[in-house]
Design a protein around this ligand. Structure first.
Ligand code: SAM
Ligand code: SF4
Length: 364
């Protein structure tokens, strides 16, 4: 599935590095080494998203086709030891201090609790969180907390059972709600909720979803739908925009923007609700891109580094690792992989092309 022909992830890296040096951002490879995962536009990635599997037990319409996808074969997947080794290199040698495990559905990965425990044992200890659809979380929440997991983000787009089935093609709303409650009970808090609104399906449900989250003490964030579905069904003309969501919620909840400076590199714009301490967030990846502040890098379940969700090239750490590369060499390859990160995702450019790998195989 990797788009690149080799570990470099395509041509043009040396010229980009040279350009960065000529601009004065880096003067030598050694300086890049010191700052960790720096790209040629001055951004430094410190937040690593690790996909643990491309498989999933839901079929959200904005993510996957009904029949699922051609899953990665087991030998292609990183083993638990390989994941922990690469995460360890990122944390101890490359300045990464936040790890988010995702997928596909990460709760489907048998070794998840062990991977979390070994990650939270790293020095310096990174913040460790999980993005999940919540199915099975009721069973695993306590073990994950004991393994050191700090937080969870649970994806929930509606609280209406029939709409849940329409959106995810599975009748599992009760499991998701039980998972959220168990996570909160276990102290994996604050439980954050990710919601995507789809026109004509759940776009009018935003207020009741927010009311539900406020009642339960969950932090809701709406994510604009992005062109990352395997079916290529995204349509700029019909996507529900951040402005629309804010307008719909504004009248009922009296939203006020919170301190923009406090947002830092976080993608969500946060609004206080009814003048109180509770908040709602909007991640406007399409209509208000935040690429200039991006501090993320991704590792796929088959060991490819992606410098952006929308990258069209990848860098293959798995092959290098399985060919016997030591930690220093893997760290060096990872640093160099960042040099081709583009300034923005380009969704709004006429020349935009969707990446070959869909969201479920990248790790959102
Ligand atoms: N299965 C887990 C889940 O659903 O939380 C983790 C993986 S999922 C790919 C991560 C996040 O990506 C979810 O919050 C999901 O709503 C979001 N997502 C998936 N496809 C998307 C799309 N086309 N646009 C925006 N967000 C999307
Ligand atoms: Fe599965 Fe998450 Fe994609 Fe839904 S968004 S199909 S839960 S990977």
């Amino acid at each position: 599935m990797a788009c690149s022909s080799g570990w470099w992830g395509g041509e043009g890296i040396e010229p980009q590095a040279a350009a960065a040096r000529s601009l004065g951002f880096v003067t030598a490879t050694e300086e890049v080494t010191q700052v960790g995962l720096a790209d040629t536009y001055g951004r430094i990635a410190t937040d690593l998203r690790v996909s643990l599997t491309d498989r999933c037990n839901l079929r959200c319409t904005y993510c996957m086709p009904e029949e699922g996808l051609d899953w990665l074969a087991k030998p292609e997947l990183l083993t638990d030891d390989e994941i922990v080794r690469l995460v360890g290199i990122a944390v101890t040698q490359l300045g990464v201090h936040e790890i988010r495990f995702t997928g596909g559905e990460p709760l489907l990965r048998r070794g998840l609790v062990g991977i979390v425990a070994r990650t939270t044992a790293l020095e310096p200890r990174p913040e460790v969180s999980l993005t999940t659809n919540g199915i099975g979380l009721a069973r695993q929440a306590v073990a994950l907390k004991e393994a050191g997991l700090d937080r969870v983000n649970v994806s929930l787009d509606t609280i209406r059972p029939d709409t849940f089935v329409e959106l995810t093609r599975r009748d599992r709303l009760k499991d998701v709600l039980a998972g959220m409650a168990a996570a909160q009970e276990a102290g994996l808090s604050p439980v954050k909720v990710n919601a995507v609104l789809m026109r004509g399906i759940n776009d009018t449900h935003a207020p009741e979803l927010l009311e539900f989250c406020l009642e339960h003490g969950y932090e809701l964030r709406f994510i604009e739908q992005m062109p990352l579905d395997a079916q290529h069904g995204w349509d700029r003309a019909t996507m529900v925009t951040a402005d629309e969501i804010l307008e719909r919620l504004g009248e009922q909840f009296g939203l006020e923007p919170t301190d923009a400076a406090a947002r830092g590199s976080a993608p969500a714009e946060i609004f206080s609700v009814r003048g109180g301490a509770q908040t709602v967030g909007i991640i406007a990846s399409v209509t208000r891109p935040f690429c200039g502040d991006c501090d993320r890098v991704r590792l796929t379940a088959d060991g490819q580094v992606r410098d952006c969700l929308f990258a069209r090239t990848e860098s293959d750490l798995r092959s290098a690792m399985r060919a016997g590369a030591d930690d220093a060499e893997l760290a060096d390859r990872w640093r160099r992989a960042m040099w081709k990160k583009l300034p923005g995702h380009g969704i709004n450019d006429p020349s935009f092309l969707q990446p070959a790998r869909p969201m479920s195989a990248i790790g959102g």
